[in-house]
Design a protein around this ligand. Structure first.
Ligand SMILES: Cc1ncc(COP(=O)(O)O)c(C=O)c1O
Length: 428
């Protein structure tokens, strides 16, 4: 039976390293150009929603049930039909939905910016004026959440993820005792990139936090709520534990159809308390007169109901599942014997989180780059790009074809194994 790399003698390692170097040189010579960095739907997935183009075909369909002509200015909070549909999808009343434009990330940025500039809660003291606002960031996490914090120069505190959500002992200790902790970004289902889903106990503990900061806010990014590959993974509705309590205003939930219909041309929403909706609308009314309500109507007519959305997502699952299974199979083939990597095998979402041998993520990234394989930057999944172990890589299987995915996994595993042998030899 083959040995794990860490159990090898120096001469065994030297030999494996030389073989991997030869394999790597051959890959470089062959001149590939592959990409595992794109967490976006492939063309076949975009084609799934082609009927969206044929859904709204005449102005007679543009009269909302309230009698409003959606072609015209108005309805900043969104058309009634869209509020109702997204309310059903997120499990909140329609009045708790603010329908936005084409991006939930924009809505998150705006919600964050309102906190920073104008403040929230009873005293509405801007986080900037308070001077020392800090944000908790469960990590590895979504780089664009970290980018928002960086943009506003808000210090980030990484929080360990446990496999079923953030380490709540750490979160409670910080949030309940330190008034400078103002917020936390969370991706509760199929978290980007670990793929984990927060369990009910964790969500309840989050909902029942007792923040020292009275203006503490949770940025609850439920981007992958309907993105199961097979068996549906249930995630608790955080509002079941916050509405009607002292934490009623604590949560902003975000969601979009970016990976249901078309990224960049979908519909994004924020779900939150009525107080928060009114406050957001007050500021938004200075920023805009309304969002694209024709697209809202088009999406309502196309998506129809939560049941229909689930059926629609099965078509995405049929395309995505084989890609994730292929990557997982390739990783088993490449790493099981060498014993230098672990990875997540999520039931949905868009990412696989690959942990390779400690202190080799940058070398692996550079080896991949030089060989013609693009992967997400080493460290990108941590605040300030500081992966404490330099081992985490975010793998995005959705965009590439199965054929390219197979080749890309081969290249990636040779690079990761080569980097591991180099590191182990250095440590000798
Ligand atoms: C966790 C998460 N939130 C938000 C987004 C972007 O969403 P949107 O297209 O609605 O801005 C992504 C995209 O990859 C994501 O992974």
């Amino acid at each position: 039976m083959a040995k794990k790399y860490v159990e090898m003698t120096k001469s065994e390692l030297t030999q494996v390293n030389a073989e991997l170097q030869k394999e790597y040189d051959k890959i470089v010579e062959s001149g590939i150009s592959l990409d595992l960095s794109r967490g976006k739907p492939c063309k076949e997935q975009l084609d799934v929603s082609d009927d969206l183009f044929r859904t709204l075909t005449s102005s007679s369909q543009c009269i909302s049930k309230t009698g409003f002509d959606v072609r015209n200015y108005g309805l900043l909070q969104g058309i009634e039909e869209a509020k109702e549909l997204f309310g059903q999808l997120l499990g909140v009343p329609a009045e708790n939905i603010l329908v936005g434009g084409n991006s939930s990330l924009t809505m998150q940025y705006d919600a964050f910016a309102r906190c920073m500039l104008f403040g929230v809660g009873e005293h509405r003291m801007s986080w900037i004026k308070q001077g020392d606002a800090k944000i908790l960031c469960p990590s590895p996490g979504y780089d664009r959440h970290f980018a928002i914090c960086e943009e506003f120069r808000t210090p980030m505190i990484p929080i360990r993820l446990t496999g079923h959500g953030p380490d709540m002992d750490q979160v409670e200790e910080l949030v309940n005792n330190d008034p400078t902790i103002k917020g936390m970004f969370c991706v509760p289902k199929y978290s980007n990139p670990t793929g984990e889903t927060y369990d009910e106990k964790t969500i309840r503990r989050i909902a029942e936090l007792n923040p020292a900061a009275k203006d503490f806010r949770l940025f609850w990014d439920n981007a992958y709520l309907y993105h199961d590959f097979g068996k549906e993974t249930k995630v608790a509705n955080i509002f079941d534990y916050t509405f009607g309590t002292k934490n009623e205003d604590m949560v902003y939930e975000f969601f979009s159809t970016s990976k249901i219909t078309f990224p960049g041309s979908g519909i994004a929403v924020m779900a939150t308390s009525k107080n928060n909706i009114d406050y957001a609308v007050k500021h938004l009314s200075v920023q805009s007169i309304n969002s694209d309500k024709i697209n809202q109507m088009r999406h309502v007519l196309y998506l129809k109901s939560p049941e229909n959305v689930k059926d629609h997502m099965k078509k995405h699952a049929e395309i995505l599942k084989p890609k994730f299974e292929l990557v997982e199979q390739k990783f088993h083939e490449a790493f099981d014997e060498a014993g230098i990597a672990t990875w997540t095998e999520p039931n949905g979402g868009y990412f696989i989180s690959l942990d390779i041998f400690p202190n080799t993520a940058k070398t692996t990234f550079n080896l991949c780059k030089a060989a013609g394989l693009k992967i997400t930057g080493a460290g990108a999944t941590f605040p300030y790009k500081k992966d404490p172990d330099s081992k985490n890589l975010r793998i995005c299987p959705s965009y590439a074809s199965l054929e390219d995915l197979e080749k890309a996994c081969d290249v990636l595993s040779v690079c990761a194994k080569l980097a591991a042998t180099r590191r182990l030899l250095e440590m000798e």
